[in-house]
Design a protein around this ligand. Structure first.
Ligand code: AMP
Length: 582
């Protein structure tokens, strides 16, 4: 782990891409194949490979408690250290260096050239991560994390904390690691990239590159791939300009992106960040189990009643429940709208027999080898859709709506019809394009309704992260409660990272510093005088904020220096927008 941490530091220390790649390539080349995948997975900032459904899930409170215990520090020491750097890893590092200085343990500082006691290996650390994440009780999680930190030198501990908090930030995007893998093992970068897209697992790619077996990389069942993404388009004209006519316009369903993997009766659903959702949507898994094909589909989970799509707010009521009960399943029926096929088993015989008959007469297929599905990544969308249309689906697993308008005016009409069907808009695609996992290209363009914005009052601020760590750039904002008897008091609606310019943020930081009412840890309550315009994707009911609502993907668009707090938006305006979404 120590060597990995030193490599990560060297990568973080230089902004030169060529140097980062050279440092990494030399490191990867020298690694034992048994730990090569772990090193790569850590380098992209994840404790586990993408195919592992576990997420880090170690929160601030657990990290603070574990670090303070491992460092034998006073309560509150972690918050103080954090306030200096706005970086959880750095805060852990500082406290652990102090611990070692007190112990007179020079070897664990950053001093070079001294022999180091051999600390935990990468495999030990990953096993410890698993034990931490698997712990049911928060106190066990803290015990395990602090005992891991106890065994690590401060630099390694810093990176362990960064990995667990999901904030590695060493200036290393996936693409750079792919370049380093190509360099380390002397393989073409294009082959490494292709393998990375096809497997979704950078650790496996490194192993394949090392063994000169990149050509074997392909999607596998139950190893989810990052979904292909769409770029925003301003209007119909722009789409016609980019993609030409006839257009390929699919309804944009407002739900949650999900990849459906199926082999016989083994069915799993994965979210766009590769977490397993099967338990949350048992009726979809059950419906898929009945179908006579194997493969990987891409689509959207929606609230759906008798093939009618219901608003996202309905689905919202189900989210967060790991295993919904019968009442929830009945109150919010779900459906899966399939719009793409990523891999399918060859020789699937779509059956004409009614589902019920087949269920009785056909035993479920024997499990086939994992690679019996054929990847369709390089197959044009038009052909993938034809394969999808040939599959037997069901009342709960349906095909996305597709139209072929011939002009911008027709596209506008199709957009209006999609909206009338209760959908969010359209995703217009290039029928000749392949499926590129994790990439946001121009082959998929999304057209949504104009965004709503709200004018809100800033009531609290915090220091930001990354390059914004010295400035107060995270704003908590509120609207006026205009209900009778509430006197226009400000009720919080959300928190957003500032989308203001650096100069504006610097100026606002000075203002907020001078107008801080109270400091609560990292948070500053400020005089409610600044109005900002906040854009968002969606509004929903929530108990998280005092207003009783929350915004999805809020972002600060601009300062409304022309407005004073009494002119900010009201709770009834928020409620009206939410009702529209309902
Ligand atoms: P957005 O979340 O606004 O960036 O829009 C992209 C998302 O739209 C995708 O990640 C999908 O979850 C969703 N979506 C809904 N319908 C489609 C469709 N027909 N094709 C692609 N994405 C879709």
């Amino acid at each position: 782990m120590r060597r990995w941490a030193e490599t990560a530091s060297r990568v973080a220390a230089t902004s030169r891409i060529s140097e980062k790649v050279a440092v990494l390539a030399a490191y990867l080349q020298a690694l034992d194949p048994a730990v090569l995948p772990i090193a790569c997975v850590f380098l992209i900032g994840r404790p586990f490979p993408a195919s592992d459904p576990r997420s880090a899930g170690v929160g601030w409170a657990a990290i603070r408690a574990a670090v303070e215990r491992a460092a034998r520090a006073q309560p509150g020491a972690f918050d103080e250290a954090y306030n200096r750097s706005s970086d959880v890893g750095r805060a852990a590092y500082e406290l652990l260096v102090e611990r070692d200085l007190r112990r007179g343990d020079r070897a664990s500082g950053a001093s070079a050239g001294e022999p180091l006691p051999s600390g935990p290996s990468l495999a030990d650390v990953q096993a410890a991560f698993a034990a931490i994440v698997d712990a049911r009780r928060p106190s066990t999680r803290i015990d395990r994390l602090s005992s891991l930190l106890d065994r690590l030198d401060p630099l390694s501990a810093m990176y362990v904390v960064k990995l667990l908090s999901g904030e590695l930030r060493i200036g290393l995007r996936d693409g750079l690691l792919e370049s380093a893998i190509a360099r380390a093992f002397g393989r073409p970068l294009s082959a490494v990239r292709h393998a990375a897209m096809a497997t979704g697992d950078v650790g496996q790619v490194a192993l394949l590159a090392r063994a000169d077996r990149l050509a074997e990389a392909r999607p596998a069942l139950f190893r989810p791939l990052l979904p292909m993404l769409a770029s925003p388009a301003r209007d119909a004209q722009e789409i016609v300009r980019r993609l030409g006519t006839p257009l390929w316009a699919e309804d944009k369903y407002d739900g949650i992106r999900a990849q459906l993997h199926k082999r016989g009766t083994d069915v799993r659903l994965y979210s766009r960040d590769l977490h397993e959702l099967t338990g949350q949507f048992p009726e979809i898994a059950e419906a898929a189990r009945q179908l006579p094909w194997d493969g990987i589909l891409d689509g959207e989970l929606v609230a759906m009643d008798d093939r009618r799509i219901l608003p996202f707010a309905r689905l919202q009521r189900r989210l967060g429940r790991r295993a919904p009960g019968t009442a929830t399943l009945e109150a919010v029926p779900a459906g899966y709208v399939a719009f793409d096929a990523i891999a399918l088993a060859d020789g699937v015989a779509p059956s004409d027999a009614p589902l019920a008959d087949r269920a009785h007469t056909t035993p479920s297929p024997a499990p086939l080898p994992a690679d019996h599905v054929t990847a369709l990544l390089d197959t044009p969308l038009a052909e993938r859709r034809a394969r999808l249309e040939a599959l037997q689906l069901s009342p709960r697993i349906v095909l996305g709506h597709l139209e072929h308008p011939n002009s911008a005016a027709e596209l506008d009409a199709v957009f209006a019809a999609a909206r009338a069907r209760g959908n969010e808009g359209l995703v217009v695609k290039d029928p000749a394009s392949g499926y590129t996992p994790g990439r946001r290209g121009l082959s998929w363009l999304k057209l949504k309704k104009a965004l709503a914005t709200l004018d809100c009052v800033v009531v609290g601020v915090e220091v930001g992260h990354g390059k914004r760590h010295g400035v107060l750039s995270d704003y908590t904002f509120a609207v006026r409660d205009d209900r009778p008897g509430h006197d226009g008091e400000l009720v919080t609606l959300g928190k957003a990272y500032s989308g203001l310019t650096d100069a504006e943020i610097a100026e606002m930081t000075r203002w907020f510093e001078a107008h801080t009412l109270k400091r609560i840890g990292r948070y500053r309550l400020v005089e409610p005088a600044v109005v900002v315009e906040v854009a968002f994707d969606r509004i929903q009911r929530s108990t998280r904020h005092a207003s009783g609502f929350a915004l999805r993907f809020p972002r600060i668009v601009r300062l409304r220096t022309d407005k004073r707090p009494p002119e900010a938006d009201t709770l009834s305006a928020v409620a009206a927008l939410a009702a529209l979404a309902d």
